[in-house]
Every structure is written in structure tokens, then in C-alpha cells.
Design a protein around this ligand. Structure first.
Ligand code: AP5
Length: 214
């Protein structure tokens, strides 16, 4: 299946996309991860993106269109778009890029949220520096403290855009630029919702009920 996740920072999109990839093999396409990888590699794109991401603003649409186009050809057995599209221009670009490839979206899943809970989630988030598995100080610590459940790595990192000022701006940007995508997909009859504030396993169950055995 080809799925879009829509939701604000901290709603759990990445956590659930990793689970769908693990359980169904649908490739997680996280534009945030792609930009962070470019930044870590020190490319020109990465340097420019990093300065924008640290403030919580969005990277320009044309840059994102180029990044996502490169990946669509490799994911013909299913994908989960995690962080794209984020603007109406990106959604319209995606429609065209998929049509050009005889591909389509099967479901758009919205994560509903409460703002205060998002801030708590982001302030406790950290990830394995080796494989990127995402954890939380309170809600999802590794099974053995200090050791990644997936790759046994012992180094972890926190995102600079999870600082409170950047989080506030990311939420504002979400409301202004990304929420208009909800009516866009609702009008196409594609939009489904899950309770993003439920426990991780409960959210997974709601998503599985939408996507079916796949
Ligand atoms: P991106 O990396 O996409 O960040 P985001 O959308 O802001 O989303 P997050 O990764 O913060 O949250 P998430 O919903 O994935 O939550 P997670 O599962 O990690 O984008 C970063 C930046 O890149 C943007 O600000 C922008 O600058 C740029 N960018 C990216 N894409 C772009 C685009 N298309 N156009 C322009 N610019 C773009 O969970 C969060 C925490 O909560 C974790 O610790 C997790 O363990 C915990 N958690 C998850 N689910 C639950 C649960 N159900 N209960 C309790 N805890 C939970």
C-alpha cells in the first residue's frame, strides 16, 4: 500500500511508519530523515536545510519535490510518506509525480493531537545514533538502558529542533501550512483519522484497522 501520514511534530508519524515498514515492508519515506542525513553528510543542501530546520520553518517546496522524486522510483512495493507533503504545492506536485509513474495513494491517515502532549513527547525524544530507532525518556525507553533494542548501539542523540522555541514554531507552521491539506484530502474521499494521543500499540491497531492485512 501507499500511504501518507499527516500530523504535527511529535504526533507519532515516524514511530508508526517504522512499524509499518517492519511489519509490512512498506518503505518509510521520511523527508525529515533525508534532510538530516544530507546535513550529517555536509552537503550544500544539508547545510542550507539545517539552518531552516533549526528554526522550525519549512524547506522550499522545489527542493523537497526534487528529493521525493528521486525516491519514488525505488518504492514500487509500497511506501509510507512521513513528513511529505506539507504544503498544498507539495500535495499537487505529488499528485502529478505519482500519475507520471502510474502510482497512487491508497490512504491518507491523519494523527489527531493535543498540543501540550506534543511538547512533552518532543522534549523526551531521543534516537539511536547508529540506526535511527526512536525512543522516549518516559514513554518508550530502550529495554536495556543505554542500549538500542534494534542494533545494540550505545550512542543516542537528541534533535536540535526539539528545543521549546523551535517546537512552538513548528506547531505554528503546521497549523498555517500543513493543516490545509486535511480538507484537500477529505474532499478526495481519502482521509482517515487515528487518535495520535493514544498509546503506541493502540495507534498501531487503529492504523492496521485502516490498512487491513495488506
Ligand atoms: P520531520 O523530521 O518530518 O519532523 P516532524 O514532522 O516535525 O515530525 P517529528 O519527527 O518531530 O514527529 P513524529 O510525528 O514523527 O513523532 P515521533 O514518532 O518521532 O521534519 C523536521 C524538519 O524538516 C521540518 O521542521 C522542516 O524544516 C523539514 N522538513 C521535513 N519535511 C519537509 C517537507 N516536506 N517540506 C518542507 N520542509 C520539510 O514521536 C515523537 C516522540 O514521542 C518519540 O520520542 C516517540 O517515542 C514518542 N511517541 C510516539 N508515539 C507515541 C505515543 N503514541 N505515545 C507516547 N509517546 C509516543
Amino acid at each position: 500500500m501507499n500511504i501518507i501520514f499527516l500530523g504535527p511534530p511529535g504526533a507519532g508519524k515516524g514511530t508508526q511508519a517504522q512499524r509499518l515498514e517492519r511489519d509490512h515492508g512498506w518503505v518509510q519515506l521520511s523527508t525529515g530523515d533525508m534532510l538530516r542525513a544530507a546535513s550529517a553528510a555536509g552537503t550544500e543542501l544539508g547545510r542550507k536545510a539545517r539552518s531552516i530546520m533549526d528554526t522550525g520553518e519549512l524547506v522550499p517546496d522545489e527542493v523537497m519535490a526534487g528529493i521525493i522524486s528521486e525516491r519514488l522510483d525505488d518504492v514500487r512495493d509500497g511506501f509510507v510518506l512521513d513528513g511529505f507533503p506539507r504544503t498544498l504545492a507539495q500535495a499537487e506536485f505529488l499528485d502529478g509525480a505519482l500519475a507520471d509513474r502510474n502510482m497512487s495513494i491508497d490512504a491518507v491517515i491523519e494523527f489527531t493531537f493535543e498540543e501540550e502532549a506534543l511538547v512533552r513527547r518532543l522534549s523526551g525524544r531521543f534516537a539511536c545514533a547508529n540506526c535511527g530507532a526512536v525512543y522516549h525518556d518516559a514513554f518508550k525507553p530502550p529495554q536495556n538502558a543505554g542500549e538500542c533494542d534494534h542494533c545494540r548501539g550505545c550512542e543516542f542523540e537528541r534533535r536540535t529542533d526539539d528545543e521549546p522555541d523551535a517546537v512552538r514554531n513548528r506547531l505554528e507552521v503546521y497549523r498555517r501550512q500543513t493543516e490545509p491539506l486535511l480538507p484537500y484530502y477529505r474532499d478526495k474521499g481519502m482521509l482517515k483519522s487515528v487518535d495520535g494521543m493514544a498509546a503506541v500499540d493502540a495507534v498501531t491497531q487503529q492504523i492496521e484497522a485502516i490498512v487491513g492485512p495488506g
